[in-house]
Write a protein that binds this ligand. Structure first.
Ligand code: SF4
Length: 410
């Protein structure tokens, strides 16, 4: 299929929002053109929008909400790109380390295993060897031509030496690079962020980040589909994107998922301004726009997709997104910080359980690959990887031992 980050040419329809929501209530999804009507939802229709979205979630996911107990492994913080909101990237001269060594990777993963973690999230900068000779030399001295080659070996190490399952999130990837990572990763991820063109225009947050061009990111997402890799995507809210940009981003992901069925989850992440970045004076995404986006994501992507909001980025009231149709809190670590948002500590797991319960849901730990991609199907995971996932899971495909592994019941 051709990659499309296409603009929807149709004007916003003249049918009222209530008609569209009724259509969804009766089980009929919205066309791309009909989706545009949701742009006009105003405050007085928000409760209806959220109710329809939450109903779809209940239909597809019941009253179970999940999280992935993880360790965060920042394999390298060097990056060839510059994004206007990022505090993760470091320059070689001031970086704590150019790359984590195999021993350091294994030490974090093993410490996480002691705490019951089942996901090793590898998040790293984009192809730093293309910009920095220090990175290229470091890799060459160890026999690697690229960061992604080193990543594949580190994923293999964690997979073979610990009880954790890797989830690689290294930026854009070619088919060859993804195929090399596939035997060691039951899922991989790449945030789409946004299909908006103005974000990479002059002055936009992605002006100096070629890897953030939507076509490149959609192509990586499409290759994952062609290879049958369960894949995490997501959009970033509040970086200069409009409601229309968000709808177009969600529809681009919907098109890929309709073709390949591989989008295991969609993250709806709110921008938070950080000091010492070009966007330090930009306003944070509001919870009202987050609620609208979460509900629209559920309505456009349907009852069966997993939709996640990171709880540490809305610490005061993250539970409100349950009312807009989410069913997952993403990776939460009892050990490592969120290196991308170091100012935002993870909630304690008992807090997460209690707030989820108070909203009428059961919290269950999951693996980095969702049950629907390995329990009753051998379509996605290589045989050995599927066997390990099954060994770590209970009969429903969630982490064996459940919440009792992490918090005492009270
Ligand atoms: S957000 Fe990612 S791609 Fe952008 S500068 Fe930071 S590490 Fe690099």
């Amino acid at each position: 299929m051709s990659i499309s980050a296409s603009k929807i040419e149709s004007p916003i329809g003249d049918r009222p929002v209530s008609d569209m929501l009724e259509q969804v209530r009766f089980g009929q999804s919205l066309t791309d053109a009909e989706a545009l009507t949701l742009l006009t939802v105003e405050e007085e229709s928000m409760a209806d929008l959220c109710q329809v979205a939450a109903g779809l979630r209940d239909q597809g996911k019941g009253r179970v909400v999940t999280f992935s107990p993880k360790v965060f492994i920042p394999l390298t913080r060097l990056c060839r790109d510059y994004c206007g909101y990022c505090t993760f990237r470091q320059e070689p001269a001031s970086a704590e380390t150019l790359y984590l060594s195999p021993e350091e990777v294994l030490a974090v993963a093993s410490a996480g295993q002691q705490l019951g973690c089942t996901e090793a999230l590898f998040t790293l900068g984009e192809r730093p060897e293309q910009k920095y000779s220090e990175a290229k030399d470091w890799l060459e001295r160890r026999g690697y031509a690229t960061t992604l080659e080193y990543l594949a070996d580190m994923c293999k190490l964690v997979l073979n030496e610990t009880l954790l399952l890797p989830h690689a999130n290294p930026g854009t990837m070619s088919r060859r690079e993804m195929a090399a990572l596939q035997p060691y990763n039951p899922s991989m991820g790449l945030m789409l962020e946004s299909t908006s063109e103005k974000l990479y225009a002059t002055g936009g947050p992605h002006e100096f980040a070629p890897s953030k061009r939507p076509r490149v990111r959609l192509r990586t997402t499409e290759i994952a589909g062609e290879l049958g890799i369960p894949f995490t995507s997501g959009i970033l809210i509040g970086i200069g994107d409009s409601r229309r940009d968000r709808v177009e981003s969600l529809l681009a992901i919907r098109r890929l998922h309709q073709t390949y069925g591989h989008i295991q989850e969609m993250i709806i992440q709110n921008f938070r301004a950080k000091p010492d970045t070009p966007m330090s004076n930009s306003a944070d995404a509001t919870s009202a726009e987050m609620l609208w986006t979460v509900a629209v994501a559920r309505i456009l992507l349907g009852p069966n997709i997993n939709i996640q909001v990171p709880p540490n980025l809305s610490a005061q009231d993250y539970q409100i997104y349950l009312d807009a149709g989410i069913n997952d809190w993403g990776g939460v670590s009892p050990l490592t910080i969120d290196y991308v948002n170091p100012e935002a500590p993870w909630p304690g797991l008992s807090d997460l359980r209690d707030r989820t319960l108070a909203m009428g849901f059961e919290l269950r730990p999951r693996l980095p690959v969702y049950p629907e991609y390995f329990v009753n199907t051998d379509q996605y995971l290589p045989t050995a990887l599927r066997a390990k996932a099954i060994a770590l899971a209970d009969g429903d495909g969630y982490v064996k031992g459940g919440m009792q592994r992490y918090v005492s019941s009270n």
